[in-house]
Design a protein around this ligand. Structure first.
Ligand code: SF4
Length: 342
């Protein structure tokens, strides 16, 4: 094990770490929201979303009593909407089962939807100032380089090794654990970056196995991700006699779950058949854009059709887009507002 790891890391964090993130020192609720938003999303992207979210849902009670639609609309643009659905569900559990107090122990926290062991560790340490161990992407990368941990880090044996190391390196006392957690995140994010790590500025450059072996670029081993082939989706904006657009809520599970979109399908004819629109082929092409999901890209083709609301199977809701408040996926918003569309 590296000598005085936690003390050296804390000393580095005090001088060089981040001290002005908007969720720091704001308690367990703010830590929880920020940790969920930061999964799969960069800090700079998260900050404005976090600030708006905290302004509109300042406590777990406010979040629990808000509608899911309102939470989803605050999430539009962040992607991975199951995170927002789980947050809303978990907030209701905290209010109903824990009287609005976020639980302070690992076992209760990981029972809440969307909270895994690492997020729970962050809430305990950063939020409550009690001991909690984390193992997010930053920590995994740092540990895999420091100790040359080989193989796919998401596999069970590597996970076991990583958790053991993370646990051994985390100090026992609560306040030190708070600094330690922030420091591990900062080291991964500011110094031991995925590309071009700043090894000369790293407090562990004398201890790092990967650096000693000249193999930094080989850790962590890239995960093999199965790519889905690219797809084309037709987005049909149907507008009625009152200038309202037909919007349909997507199923809760799956892509853009719970958000509202115009009818989407593989072709105009397929949508026409499903919604019993006779003149669907009269729709006018408006433009298109490409959107990348994590494992595949989709080309969104936007068509517009004006019809009478009686001439379509009523499976959705008619809304004026200018006053619609519920969540619409960001690329669909872009299409409907015709912003930056080809
Ligand atoms: S020496 Fe370089 S590779 Fe090793 S932990 Fe520090 S920044 Fe990462």
């Amino acid at each position: 094990m590296i000598d005085h790891f936690a003390q050296r890391l804390a000393a580095w964090q005090t001088l060089h770490g981040r001290h002005d993130l908007p969720w720091q020192h704001k308690g367990a609720y703010a830590t929880w929201i920020s940790e969920i938003m930061l999964q799969q999303t960069q800090v700079q992207v998260v900050i404005p979303y976090f600030q708006k979210f905290m302004q509109d849902f300042p406590t777990v009670n406010d979040l629990a009593k808000s509608s899911l639609d309102s939470v989803l609309s605050h999430w539009a643009g962040l992607g991975y909407y199951s995170r927002a659905r789980n947050l809303h569900k978990a907030a209701n559990i905290v209010v109903n089962q824990y009287n609005g107090d976020i639980p302070k122990d690992l076992n209760s926290l990981i029972q809440l939807p969307g909270i895994g062991r690492s997020t729970a560790g962050a809430i305990l340490s950063l939020g409550f100032g009690i001991r909690g161990v984390i193992q997010d992407g930053n920590v995994r990368r740092v540990l895999s380089r420091l100790f040359c941990i080989d193989g796919d880090l998401s596999k069970a044996d590597a996970q076991k090794t990583l958790w053991k190391l993370a646990d051994e390196l985390t100090p026992q006392s609560g306040n030190d654990a708070r600094t330690h957690t922030q420091a591990m995140m900062d080291l991964g994010s500011l110094i031991c970056r995925r590309n071009s790590p700043a090894c000369p500025r790293c407090p562990f450059s004398d201890d790092c196995l990967a650096l000693q072996r000249g193999e930094v670029s080989q850790f962590p081993k890239p995960k093999r991700v199965k790519q889905r082939p690219d797809e084309t989706w037709v987005v049909l904006q149907v507008i009625n006699e009152h200038n309202e657009t037909l919007l349909m809520q997507r199923p809760m599970s799956g892509i853009w779950g719970g958000l509202f979109t115009p009818p989407i399908g593989s072709s105009l004819s397929e949508i026409g058949k499903r919604l019993e629109i006779r003149d669907v082929l009269d729709a006018n092409y408006q433009g298109e854009l490409t959107h990348a999901f994590s494992h595949f890209k989709v080309r969104l083709e936007h068509y517009r059709l004006k019809i009478h609301s009686n001439d379509i199977l009523s499976l959705g809701e008619w809304h004026l887009l200018s006053v619609f408040q519920k969540g619409v996926p960001a690329p669909i918003q872009k299409l409907l507002l015709n912003k930056d569309v080809l």
